[in-house]
Write a protein that binds this ligand. Structure first.
Ligand code: UDP
Length: 448
């Protein structure tokens, strides 16, 4: 009789964008660090070609594709990705399954909601991996236009386990109905995961979203497994885990670190809007002159495609106080002693990184989950301040400068820093041996 293997091969499938690959690679490393199982990250060729074939503990499997790179815009890219994976997944599962390590589970990006059906058809269990916090999913769950049949009328919303939310606190896709129809459709269809997926894995930790987790837990198979920050910055248990292992943009590491080394403790504002957000020209100008007004040092990440929006007058003043780079090693920057404040779009990874490293924030959310993250950052976790948007939709330079000063120079900054340090310790506790996320990862593996 053929013996059944009690080992498994776990496939992990993020959508191909930086903010989703990072946490899913990190989660894969944690899974692999627990021993007997094999873990393979499945990603498109144009991304895997820049990754080592084996990223330390995990294997990388590339999905070949014709085009030089995937479509640049989000909606066509998501449609393209769905088609590509649907065509190739069976082949990949067959190729990677062997008698010792049969493929048993697909951990898929919660936004790729179509993947659960693919997994089940192939006889695999499916775990939806949410790269956003639980509060976001709770909002989408309660405000799903399909099930509620009420469209959002702009008034404040009161939902179970969440603070009262104004329109400005809600994820933008609730009311931005035309901007990215495919993405919006997928975001809400994530609710399918609640019904169909065998597990719901969230890149967050229990203490951070206690009430929401407690609301979801008796209803759905939720497991918090974060924050998925490289171990070196948190519990230090995974000796090799020093970085995310993939940068879609090339970081100017040496320039950044040298410059930061020359600055005093807590004297620098680090400014970044992540890998996708794009500010319009007027907003760039206000931000540029707002930074100059503060008289603080600043390190500003302006992606190459955004650079042409900077005013010339600013460029000539830049060298006195600021360093501008196209991309940086963000974790090292946030961990640097000279950085006293993170001015950010409050993307979820950036938020978890700031929180895990104890850096107070100024948030200027742009879209998607960022407004909700910003609400929690300022009002629930109290680790940052949020800028006020003017009536013309732009945040002006005085508001930018005064928000930074609040964190860098005023009493408020000390309190924010203390809170940030408290969360830093709780984040480390969660992933360290016996912590809530650590236990959840072990439980997930023992249930395979
Ligand atoms: N990041 C980086 N260098 C930069 C800017 C960002 O390494 O100059 C990383 C950052 O550490 C984070 C990710 O890119 O892990 C951005 O993810 P987030 O969810 O914050 O924002 P998104 O790019 O998805 O909007």
């Amino acid at each position: 009789m053929e013996e059944k293997s009690n080992k498994s091969h776990i496939l992990v499938l993020p959508i191909p964008v930086q903010g989703h690959i990072n946490p899913m690679v990190q989660f894969s490393k944690r899974l692999a660090s627990k021993g007997v199982n094999k873990v393979t990250l499945v990603t498109i060729y144009s991304i895997s070609k820049n990754m080592p074939k084996e990223s330390g503990l995990i294997n990388i499997e590339s999905i070949p594709h014709d085009e030089k790179s995937p479509p640049q815009n989000i909606d066509p890219m998501l449609e393209w990705f769905q088609l590509l994976v649907s065509k190739n997944l069976r082949k990949i599962v067959e190729k990677l399954s062997d008698s010792v390590y049969p493929v048993k589970v697909l951990v898929f990006d919660s936004v790729a909601t179509w993947a659960i059906d693919l997994a089940h058809k192939l006889g695999l269990k499916g775990a939806a991996f949410f790269t956003q916090p639980c509060c976001l999913s709770a909002i989408y769950y309660h405000m799903d236009p399909e099930t509620t049949k009420v469209s959002f009328d702009g008034s404040d919303v009161s939902l179970p386990s969440l603070p009262l939310l104004t329109k400005e606190d809600l994820p933008s896709l609730i009311y931005d109905t035309d901007l990215y129809p495919t993405l919006r459709g997928l975001i809400f269809s994530q609710n399918i995961n609640f019904k169909k997926a065998d597990w719901l894995l969230f890149n967050t930790f229990d203490a951070l979203e206690k009430e929401i987790v407690e609301w979801i837990r008796p209803r759905y198979p939720i497991k918090t497994i974060g924050p998925t920050i490289p171990s070196m910055y948190l519990d230090k248990r995974l000796k090799e885990d020093k970085e995310y292992g993939l940068s879609l943009f090339k970081p100017n590491s040496e320039t950044c670190m040298k410059w930061l080394d020359s600055k005093e403790i807590d004297s620098v504002v680090y400014v970044s809007f992540g890998s996708l957000a794009s500010l319009d020209e007027q907003q760039m100008e206000e931000l540029a002159f707002g930074l100059i007004l503060t008289k603080c040092y600043f390190l500003w990440v302006v992606r190459a495609t955004e650079e042409n929006k900077l005013p010339e007058e600013f460029m000539s003043k830049l060298s006195e106080k600021g360093l501008m780079v196209n991309w940086c090693p963000q974790l090292d920057v946030l961990a640097h002693r000279s950085v006293g404040c993170f001015f950010t779009h409050s993307g979820w990874n950036s938020t978890l990184e700031a929180l895990s490293l104890g850096v107070p924030m100024v948030t200027m959310p742009q879209w998607s989950d960022q407004p909700t993250n910003a609400k929690f950052i300022s009002d629930v976790w109290q680790i940052g301040v949020r800028v006020k948007v003017g009536e013309n939709g732009v945040v002006n330079r005085d508001e930018i400068a005064s928000s930074i000063r609040e964190v860098m120079e005023e009493e408020k900054g000390i309190i924010l820093k203390e809170n940030a340090m408290k969360w830093k310790n709780l984040a480390k506790e969660a992933v360290d041996e016996g912590g809530s996320s650590d236990k959840n990862i072990e439980e997930f593996l023992s249930n395979l």
